[in-house]
Design a protein around this ligand. Structure first.
Ligand SMILES: [Zn+2]
Length: 151
């Protein structure tokens, strides 16, 4: 497996997989690019959409009344990240595994805050979290390697 870098200068070059997550200098123009793992846009959109629908449905089913906000979908992304990183834990560096743990801890903390505040729709949060996790399982996004510009 290799990492394909498409530099802004138009040059395309291949790197070994162990360069994922590192900054690499283009041999043609000197621009520093970062090789990062990504998920394809259609799959990301599907996960976000499923999370929003699941969060809204759970809000209607479990909530005391109508509510507004995007937090159900955001929770869906958190559930998706945790499941995705766990599924691909061998393909990622330890740092990325820690990101999954931090996201899971943040979701748990936010659930706690929602449980003690009557203004928070935890039904939407729970629905979005489960919807995002299930959407990742259903769409099975792969850990792709794609470059982004290093800042
Ligand atoms: Zn270049």
């Amino acid at each position: 497996m290799s990492v394909t870098i498409n530099c802004q200068c138009g040059k395309t070059y291949q790197l070994k997989d162990e360069f994922a997550g590192r900054d690499v200098e283009c041999p043609n123009c000197g621009t520093v690019n970062r090789a990062e793992r990504t998920v394809a846009q259609p799959q990301s959109d599907a996960v976000y959409g499923a999370s929003a629908v699941a969060g809204s449905a759970a809000s209607l089913a479990l909530g005391p009344g109508p509510s507004v906000g995007a937090s159900g979908a955001i929770f869906g992304l958190m559930g998706a990240i945790v499941v995705f990183l766990h599924r691909h834990r061998k393909a990622y560096h330890l740092r990325d595994g820690r990101i999954g743990f931090v996201v899971a801890a943040w979701a748990a903390y936010t659930f706690f805050l929602g449980a003690v505040s009557p203004m928070v729709d935890n039904g939407a949060h729970l629905g979005g979290l489960v919807g995002g996790a299930l959407a990742v399982l259903a769409t099975r996004p792969r850990a792709a390697l794609s470059p982004t510009r290093a800042s």
